[in-house]
Design a protein around this ligand. Structure first.
Ligand code: SF4
Length: 344
């Protein structure tokens, strides 16, 4: 009999597994606390549950934490991990240390089916969704797991194209019975799948970042084909009107390419669509890959955008590049699998 993987299960799922044997919710909670907080893989080591439950559990389930198959370390100390799960799907994860802040960038799919032309992940093809267990394993299994403070869903794949598993992973990351991380430290980055936006905002307290690229639909559609079905301006309206709890962050990511989307016209367009909102703008450098004619906007130009947005009452920041030398920077994941790039 194939045993159920406990990693990726909620406390309710585990309660359902053990209730027929007469065990209760507190037993399920002891199990989730042991596997998610203490990363216990030996069921006999789980505390606060009877020996008979340990025996029963080991017959039907296993906490499957599997390690990456390859690692690359950047000169800036970022680390990229390559995973292959038991189903044969491959995906990458990045650990980004930054002072007291240690971020893990997780993948939600093996490949992607959004078809963004700048993206090499799209060229790798789509090899399926990752379930919540495979998403959570990317955090639990890496050597610096104990020091992780932040998680961003910004690796391979479009998170809201796999929203059920992403919502479940967010629940495990933030629940008291799970990893008990702050909602404020978890961010989902999306090109925008309109029907999944409101459910995500309602069911999760985590941050949301929309990858914009251009304030003009006619330009955005050339880089983000999802724009055709799911216009960014509609999503921005949803974000503007959603009642956001204090300290939850809704933002747009704006990857800046010299002469393409960094003109004064673009700046004015950004101000127009975001004025009067609480939406923050993250200005990101563009990462060039071999044979690419586009180059990132200069640091000066990015600061110019930031200054003008802030003066207009729009909160904005310039993000720096991490892990570019190991193709781990935003937009370069999966280049080791084929040749991939993500504009998120
Ligand atoms: S840019 Fe992001 S959403 Fe678009 S194809 Fe690449 S991974 Fe998918």
């Amino acid at each position: 009999m194939k045993r159920t993987n406990l990693i990726g299960l909620s406390v309710r799922d585990i309660f359902d597994l053990i209730a027929s044997e007469g065990y209760d919710y507190s037993h399920a909670s002891s199990i989730t606390n042991s596997i998610y907080k203490k990363r216990i893989t030996d069921l006999s080591m789980i505390s606060k549950i009877p020996k008979r439950l340990k025996t029963y559990l080991s017959e039907i389930a296993v906490p499957l934490i599997y390690e990456p198959i390859a690692t690359k370390i950047s000169t800036d100390k970022s680390v990229k991990y390559l995973f292959r799960n038991p189903e044969g799907q491959q995906f990458e994860t990045v650990f980004i240390p930054d002072g007291r802040r240690n971020t893990v960038c997780v993948s939600t799919q093996s490949g992607c089916r959004m078809g963004c032309p700048f993206c090499v992940t799209a060229r790798y093809g789509f090899h399926g969704n990752l379930d919540a267990g495979h998403i959570i394993n990317q955090i639990l299994s890496i050597p610096p797991a104990e020091n992780v403070t932040h998680v961003v869903f910004m690796g391979m794949g479009e998170p809201l194209d796999n929203s059920e598993n992403v919502l479940k992973a967010c629940e495990i990351l933030t629940a008291e019975w799970g990893m008990a991380m702050s909602h404020r430290n978890i961010t989902i980055s999306t090109v925008g799948i309109t029907p999944a936006i409101i459910p995500f905002l309602e069911k999760s307290g985590c941050n949301l970042t929309l990858s914009l690229f251009s304030p003009f639909p006619g330009e955005r559609i050339n880089v983000v084909p999802a724009e055709k079905k799911y216009p960014a301006l509609e999503i921005i309206e949803i974000m503007k009107n959603f009642p956001v709890k204090k300290k939850r962050r809704l933002s747009v990511a704006y990857v800046m390419i010299s002469g393409v989307n960094d003109t004064d016209r673009h700046l004015e367009g950004l101000k127009k669509i975001l004025s009067g909102s609480e939406i923050r703008v993250n200005l990101l450098p563009y990462h060039q890959v071999h044979g690419d004619v586009n180059v990132s906007s200069s640091g000066e130009r990015m600061m110019y955008f930031k200054h003008n947005l802030v003066v207009s009452g729009i909160s904005a920041s310039v993000r720096r590049t991490r892990g570019a030398d190991i193709s781990a920077a935003c937009g370069l994941l999966a280049s080791g699998l084929s040749r991939s790039r993500c504009t998120k």
